[in-house]
Every structure is written in structure tokens, then in C-alpha cells.
Design a binder for this molecule. Structure first.
Ligand SMILES: C[S@@+](CC[C@H](N)C(=O)[O-])C[C@H]1O[C@@H](n2cnc3c(N)ncnc32)[C@H](O)[C@@H]1O
Length: 354
């Protein structure tokens, strides 16, 4: 026998002795009992949980039955069965489950955390499918949309016909909000928003140290999109970037800025004062951007020629889309603000009478 084998024999002997030891046996017994106690405790808790779940499920079932009963009554009272032939039998004919299937249902729903949600969904679906109510809601929404559109057209027409004294009053109260929402909805439908075209042009072609003025800026998109310094002016202070003023008279110094933008903002029938102000604040060599609805220009050739008298010469013209024209001009000289100049006439934006 080797020494190793000898070691094994000694180990086995000490184990046998351990089993004979009464203390050790007692300890093992106690341990076993303790584990048993823990297991019994856990079992009890699990049983309690299952009971609770069953109770909740029962409550939900009775609520569901109540809702169904109410709906059934409503439909019986308010609906003509001929108009909703498919829906009604579905609700009325739903059988109360027998005991076996009930216990089956309990099992499935207790393992399904969305059971309560599904119950509610069924009720909501039935409500939506009430055709009379759906028709009323659709009609109400349509009328509200039409009313908002009519209000926008009214304010818009008034603005185009306004002068420096009346324009602020037109946008007072909630008119500014109605006007702005209406304008945003309209431009959304256009293939291109002119403001995006102007942003692209300035970002690509004008040095970053150039100062830009956004006349009639609305929500001041130029200022939020460009890295340049932008002064944003509008009759209404839509947000903190906007300075409220009439763009015919801005608070800027003479020959202070490098570019002036009128994006759909020449809102008058005579725009002489708007263009004069642009000439005053622009440095010689500065750019003037005019984006305007095509139908507003009475005589485009005459208009462009008249701009020469206001100190501007044409740089480029983008006429590639159906809705607006974008003119880029350059100031070549200062004009005497008091000199009589040719009238710059625009048509007011008019809408078909409905
Ligand atoms: C059609 S929106 C265009 C807004 C913006 N330029 C754009 O393209 O998104 C015309 C804006 O010009 C403003 N506006 C009209 N006449 C103005 C005036 N005399 N002085 C300042 N803002 C004026 C209106 O309040 C309105 O916000």
C-alpha cells in the first residue's frame, strides 16, 4: 500500500467517526427542520399571492360584465338595430362562460399582464364605432378647420390693405396667433418654403461677419438657422428673438447692415416705405432679398425697373417654382429719403369668395 492509499483510509475513518458523533446528528436534524420551516413559510406566501390575484381578477370580471351590460342597454335604447347589424349581435350574443371555460379563462388572464388593458380596449372600440357620434365629431372638426382658415384669410387680406397706422391693430388680441397658425399651414403645402431658400443662399454666399436684417420675420427662422448676427423685426413679438416694430421704421442706424430680407413680408399695396427703409439701413454693396407671391406683382418688369430708382440693381432671380419669386438685389447708392420716387405697387393677396 502506498502512503496515498494510507491517507484515504484515515480520511474514511474520521468520516465514520463523525457520523457516530451524537452532536453532529442533532445539528443535522435541527438544520433540516429549519429548512422545512422556511419552505412552509414560502409556500404559504405563494398561496396568499395566488389568492390575491384571483380576487383582483374576479373584481375585473364583474366590472367588465357591468360595462357590457351598460353598453348593451345604451345600444338597445339609442341605436336602430338595422343600422348596426354586425355589432349588436356581437355584444348581445356573448355567452357567459361555463365553469370549465371560466377557470380556463382565469388561468390565461392571470398569466397575461395585459388582460385589464384588453378589456378597456374592447370598450373604447365600441365607443368609436358609434356612427352618429363619429359623424358629429367629424363635422365639428371640419367646421372648426374651415372657420380657422376663414379667419386667417380675413386677417391676411386686412393686413395687405393696411397702412402704418392700422397694421398693429389688425394683429391685436388672438388675431396674431390665428394669423400665424394659418400662415404656417399654408406654407406647409408649398413645394418649397422661400425662407429655406434664403437661408441656404445666405449660409453659402454671405461671409459670417455680415449683419442680416429679417423684416417681418414671423417666428425668426433666419435668426435660429444662421450663424450670422440677425436682427429680427415684426409687428408681433412671437418669441424672445423678435423685436416688435413696424419695418417701415426700424431702430437701426443708417448704412449699418449687409443684407435685408423681406420674405413674404411686404404686406401692403404700396411698398415704397419698406424699400426706402431697406436702402437707408443697408451699406452700399449690401444685398436685398425679396420673396413674394407671384400673383401679387402687378407688373414685374415695371417693379424691377422702379427698384433702380430706389438704389437697387438686380443680382439674380429665382422663378423656378409655382408659388413665389425670389429676387436678390444689390444696393448701389444711397437715396435721398425725401425725394419723390415711382410708386411700388403690389396686389393684395386675394382669395376666392366661398
Ligand atoms: C407672411 S408672414 C412671413 C413670416 C416670415 N418672414 C416667413 O417667411 O416665415 C408676414 C409677417 O410680416 C409681418 N408684418 C407685416 N407687416 C409688417 C410691418 N409693417 N412691420 C413689421 N412686420 C410686419 C407679419 O406680422 C407677419 O409675421
Amino acid at each position: 500500500m502506498t502512503e496515498e492509499n494510507g491517507g484515504k483510509v484515515t480520511k474514511n475513518k474520521s468520516r465514520k467517526n463523525k457520523f457516530k458523533n451524537p452532536d453532529w446528528k442533532e445539528k443535522q436534524k435541527l438544520k433540516g427542520e429549519h429548512i422545512k420551516e422556511i419552505l412552509v413559510e414560502k409556500l404559504k406566501k405563494n398561496e396568499q399571492k395566488v389568492d390575491k390575484k384571483k380576487e383582483i381578477l374576479q373584481k375585473k370580471k364583474s366590472k367588465k360584465a357591468l360595462k357590457k351590460e351598460k353598453l348593451k342597454k345604451k345600444i338597445d335604447n339609442g341605436e336602430k338595430p338595422a343600422k348596426t347589424p354586425q355589432k349588436k349581435p356581437e355584444i348581445v350574443q356573448e355567452k357567459q362562460p361555463d365553469k370549465e371555460s371560466e377557470s380556463e379563462e382565469q388561468d390565461t388572464s392571470s398569466s397575461n399582464p395585459f388582460a385589464a388593458l384588453e378589456d378597456n380596449e374592447e370598450v373604447v372600440d365600441l365607443k368609436v364605432e358609434n356612427p352618429a357620434r363619429a359623424r358629429r365629431r367629424a363635422l365639428k372638426e371640419k367646421l372648426e378647420t374651415q372657420l380657422k382658415a376663414a379667419e386667417f384669410r380675413f386677417i391676411n387680406e386686412q393686413l395687405y390693405r393696411s397702412d402704418d397706422k392700422s397694421c398693429k391693430k389688425i394683429l391685436s388680441g388672438d388675431a396674431a396667433k390665428i394669423y400665424h397658425e394659418g400662415f404656417a399651414k399654408q406654407v406647409e403645402k408649398w413645394p418649397i418654403n422661400p425662407v429655406n431658400l434664403i437661408i441656404e443662399y445666405i449660409a453659402k454666399k454671405l461671409p459670417k461677419n455680415h449683419i442680416i436684417v429679417d423684416m417681418g420675420c414671423g417666428e425668426a427662422k433666419l435668426s435660429s438657422s444662421l450663424k450670422h448676427k440677425v436682427h429680427s423685426f415684426d409687428l408681433v413679438k412671437h418669441n424672445e428673438r423678435v423685436i416688435a416694430c413696424d419695418v417701415r421704421k426700424t431702430p437701426l442706424e443708417t448704412n449699418e447692415v449687409d443684407a435685408v430680407v423681406f420674405c413674404l413680408a411686404l404686406m401692403a399695396e404700396r411698398v415704397d416705405d419698406f424699400i426706402k427703409e431697406a436702402n437707408r439701413i443697408l451699406k452700399t454693396g449690401g444685398k436685398l432679398f425679396i420673396a413674394e407671391v407671384k400673383s401679387r406683382l402687378e407688373n414685374e418688369k415695371k417693379f424691377k425697373k422702379a427698384l433702380g430708382a430706389y438704389g437697387f440693381t438686380m443680382v439674380s432671380e429665382n422663378d423656378s417654382n409655382t408659388h413665389f419669386t425670389l429676387l436678390v438685389l444689390k444696393k448701389f447708392r444711397d437715396i435721398d429719403q425725401k425725394t419723390k420716387l415711382p410708386a411700388l405697387n403690389f396686389r393684395a393677396c386675394q382669395y376666392k369668395k366661398r
